[in-house]
Ligand binder design. Structure first.
Ligand code: EPU
Length: 425
């Protein structure tokens, strides 16, 4: 297993291109199960999670190959199993998004029941509720969700839960509804840009969906979908991470290919913290020369502040001149990075779903352990400014969701190396 060795780096400067969105491409790949024709997905990032999804697709009878220009080309082979194995679902929860398409297209799906993970409990009751409302029977047998449907029938259903809607839950129900008979109305649908991208891809395939981007989706079922070519949206979380890299090092970085419109709350928070932001039509520039100011933010469903940037902003606020309060309203236990940031000399207190970050003038490099994808990124960011060296271990988490992050940072001036970790189990 590899580790990243990050040394205190100069202010990052230059331009860096954002990759395609991981959380858009994964359900879009699942959606290709809905057609007997091939699809082309352009701008698909080269990530471990994408490779895992391609492996799962192949088990399910759809081969996926990568073209020279990076596009993924899907080819349904006919046949294939309807089972998503425990070994795949446990490494990548997004594999649950094959449930809706399998059910709608093949009338049967057997998907491992995903457990909790490092960011806390991750129930799937909303997925089940939505699919049952469409007429599926779903039982849990030996750790698997066994779903069957003769014919799915449109209905009006509510997808709100205690923490808002569900991103992958909306994706699953939407993908089942497009091939259901009649009209489905999903109330309290997730509005995340990745759900919008999926819905637009489905429309390109011939689905009839109204209200895309709103919490009320109206779907008129069709009998058949055809193949389509699609370009995935830029990864707003990767873009946000790179902007924080500029901010934390007091640099000046332009993230190209990024959409400011998907990051309104994040850019607002960066400005409050003392970062100068310039929004271009397809780029965002972040620079900072003054001190970091403290901030207060709450993670919320889109367009609120994304939970997937909470850890990175915590790293940034560790160095602000004052006290910040961060509240998690999506995953109240998503704070495993706090203990690791403390090893870097940060001063953070936990109080229920909130973290109180008392700014310190400097951080000190140390060995730290990545606990999940976004926590890994936060530790790399902290390492860029911590005095001495920071070793971020278990970076397989990082490789799941960031395309060549260390190379991108290095091109901006970061001192960062990937090395084999002899201490890894
Ligand atoms: N929830 C329920 N019941 C459900 C589903 C979710 O109560 O049936 C709760 C969850 O426990 C959570 C909230 O609803 O409190 C939102 O969860 P959601 O279902 O929206 O999360 P997800 O679809 O499993 C996606 C992203 C996550 C991201 C969340 C929230 C993908 C593949 N994953 O997960 O991304 O944090 O939405 O925006 O799209 C990441 O990329 O690092 C990551 C974890």
């Amino acid at each position: 297993m590899d580790k990243l060795v990050v040394s205190q780096s100069p202010p990052l400067r230059g331009a860096v291109a954002v990759s395609g969105a991981k959380n858009a491409v994964l359900p879009i790949l699942a959606a290709t199960l809905l057609t007997d024709e091939g699809c082309v997905i352009e701008g698909a990032p080269d990530l471990k999670d994408v490779a895992t999804m391609c492996r799962l697709m192949s088990d399910l009878g759809v081969t996926v190959s990568r073209r020279e220009d990076g596009a993924l080309v899907t080819r349904p082979e006919g046949g294939g199993s309807c089972d998503a194995d425990y070994d795949i679902v446990r490494t990548m929860r997004a594999s649950i998004t094959v449930l809706g398409p399998l059910l709608a297209k093949r009338g049967r799906a057997v998907v491992s029941f995903p457990g909790g993970c490092n960011i806390g409990p991750r129930p799937i009751d909303l997925h089940i509720r939505g699919l049952r409302a469409l007429g599926a029977t779903i039982e849990v047998e030996e750790g698997y969700l066994v779903a069957r449907a003769g014919k799915l029938t449109g209905t009006t259903l509510f997808l709100g839960g205690p923490f808002g809607s569900s991103v992958t839950g909306t994706a699953n129900v939407l993908m089942a509804a497009v091939l259901s008979e009649g009209r489905t109305v999903i109330e309290s649908a997730a509005c995340e840009p990745e759900v919008v991208d999926l819905a637009r891809f489905l429309v390109r395939m011939g689905a009839r969906i109204r209200g895309v981007g709103s919490p009320r989706l109206e779907i008129e079922g069709v009998r058949k979908l055809h193949g389509a070519t699609w370009r995935v949206i830029p990864d707003r979380i990767e873009a946000g991470t790179l902007l924080v890299a500029a901010a934390i090092t007091g640099g000046d970085v332009t993230v190209t290919g990024a959409s400011a419109g998907m990051l309104t709350g994040v850019l607002q928070t960066l400005r409050e913290i003392g970062v100068t932001i310039e929004e271009g039509p397809t780029s965002i520039r972040a620079s900072r020369s003054g001190p970091l100011r403290p901030a207060q933010f709450v993670t919320l469903p889109y367009p609120g502040f994304p939970t997937d940037l909470q850890a990175q902003f915590m790293a940034l606020l560790c160095l602000s001149e004052g006290i910040s309060v961060i509240t998690e309203k999506i995953y109240p236990e998503r704070f495993l990075h706090v203990a690791e940031l403390l090893r870097l000399r940060a001063h953070i207190l936990r109080e229920g779903p909130s973290a109180i970050v008392v700014g310190v003038p400097w951080l000190s490099g140390a060995k730290v352990m990545a606990s999940d994808l976004r926590a890994s990124a936060a530790l790399v960011l902290a390492g860029l400014v911590a005095r001495g060296k920071t070793e971020v271990k278990r970076i397989y988490h990082l490789d799941r969701g960031y395309e060549r992050l260390e190379e991108k940072l290095k091109a901006l001036g970061a001192i960062i190396e990937r090395e084999p970790d002899p201490e890894a189990p």
